[in-house]
Design a protein around this ligand. Structure first.
Ligand SMILES: NC(=O)c1ccc[n+]([C@@H]2O[C@H](COP(=O)([O-])OP(=O)(O)OC[C@H]3O[C@@H](n4cnc5c(N)ncnc54)[C@H](OP(=O)(O)O)[C@@H]3O)[C@@H](O)[C@H]2O)c1
Length: 263
């Protein structure tokens, strides 16, 4: 299927590794021009180079911390300066730290809000004037299955990410009449570098192998495995493409069936 992304100008925030990097790579394989972003310049450049190796299309690297108030305007400005516009924005950032209500200090709530919600708000705010000029404009936010099924010891993710889904649904209502599609993906356990590091640490602590640690975590997932980041990326790129033209305001789980609720 032709997704209709050839030459689309795409910004994927927080994409020097993990879900963002897999998504950026997939966009390039579909013929899009992609801007990758992250805080660490060396890692970001390495990711941009690796993507260029598999795709002849244009990849630019824009360093920036999406939690910094001025960063979104600067990042979007750099992308638009390069390509003269923007068609697709994927918002993303690192995840808030784990913890229970008791173990989480009050200041951590404000930081989590800045990380998960305000990073998306600022990026969308900066990108909107350019998305309005595009005839294939799409916004994708990355949330988590925790918005549908809270997980133990993740009080910040369970709580604050609901702001991202509220934002996504509200923007779908506000921007739909202008033809700007807005969707969200709710990823489940996906074997990114961060999750690999977490499982490696669990394996070492428990005296088991990495595969055993991953299998133990995946035991409750109906598909009995974690996702490959490429599986997330396939869904993300499809949702942002003109091929998904009537999918709007959707919260799409990519979770192997981990969310047990019917709605
Ligand atoms: N993987 C999963 O199983 C899973 C499941 C549900 C939800 N999620 C959520 O999905 C998001 C991505 O997860 P992931 O597993 O891909 O994480 P990851 O492997 O830790 O990758 C995060 C990426 O974001 C960049 N980043 C982090 N904070 C940033 C910031 N403030 N500004 C700009 N770039 C930033 C990192 O690069 P630098 O460190 O160089 O900035 C890195 O490239 C997270 O919010 C995570 O909680 C993941």
């Amino acid at each position: 299927m032709d997704l209709g992304l050839h030459d689309a100008r795409v910004l994927v925030a927080a994409s020097s590794r993990g879900l963002g990097a897999a998504t950026a790579r997939r966009f390039c394989l579909e013929g899009a021009k992609v801007a990758v972003n992250g805080r660490e310049a060396a890692r970001l450049e390495a990711t941009a180079r690796a993507i260029r190796d598999v795709s002849a299309d244009e990849v630019i690297a824009v360093v920036g911390d999406v939690t910094e108030p001025g960063a979104a305007n600067r990042i979007v400005g750099q992308v638009v300066g390069q390509w003269g516009g923007l068609d697709v924005l994927v918002t993303n950032a690192g995840g808030p730290p784990p913890g229970t209500f008791e173990s989480t200090p009050l200041e951590a709530w404000e930081r989590a809000f800045q990380l998960s919600v305000m990073s998306a708000v600022r990026l969308i705010h900066a990108a909107l004037p350019y998305l309005r000029q595009s005839d294939r404009a799409a916004i994708l936010t990355i949330a988590s299955l925790t918005v549908k099924q809270p997980l133990d010891n993740l009080i910040l993710s369970n709580s604050v990410r609901m702001g991202v889904t509220g934002l996504t649904k509200s923007l779908a209502n506000e921007l739909g009449p202008e033809g700007i599609r807005v969707n969200s993906i709710l990823p489940g356990w996906t074997l990114t570098e961060r999750v690999d590091e977490l499982m490696t640490s669990r394996a070492q602590q428990g005296g088991i192998t990495l595969d055993e640690a991953v299998a133990a975590q995946a035991a409750d997932i109906p598909l009995k495995r974690m996702a490959d980041p490429a599986e997330f990326a396939n869904a993300a790129v499809f949702l942002c493409s003109p091929a998904a033209g009537y999918i709007h305001g959707a919260m799409v789980p990519v979770d192997g069936g981990a969310i047990r609720a019917t709605l």
